[in-house]
Write a protein that binds this ligand. Sequence first.
Ligand code: SF4
Length: 188
Amino acid sequence: MQPTIFFLSRCFSPIYNHRSDEYGGLAINRARILVEILKVIRKQMPELHISIKINFHDYMAGGVTPQDAQIACKALVEHGIDYIEISANGTSQTGINPMQNEAYFLDFALELKKAVNIPVILVGGHPSMENMTAILNKTPVEYFSLSRPLIREPDLPKRWQAGDLRPSTCISCNNCYGAPGKRCAYER
Ligand code: SF4
């Protein structure tokens, strides 16, 4: 049998989770499996750093909402999650331009930071060091997660560290998703 992809995301989404018991219905119920997994891991390995990447939106009618995600995140924080990374269903947005429309999940992160006192990791649309630096300096967001810019240029942090602060040359086209090995579809 093939494993269900994004199984836990589907448990949390009312689009996929139609249970009528304590694991379905309200957001706190749909988050129950996440909390229970966290509790078991925490009990077995009290010192382990545990983080979660969680959808703040399904972008589909009847799906996960930011309010649902806030409820889940608060429950996870109560039970000792260390970090939370913001994400959303099916979203690697295209057409990202440096200093124009970067960090497309920033609003979700800012709302979450008002509700929890643990670090929040912001993924999604970070081609430029300049914009991440501005977010670091002006908001409570402490951490960033990069994907496509690192697929395009695995040595990007090294380049930035060496002082070459030009934005990533990733054009956020998403063609790497269909490329063998999820590599960038274009020559460097
Ligand atoms: S194919 Fe290359 S340029 Fe396009 S999103 Fe992927 S890494 Fe970026």
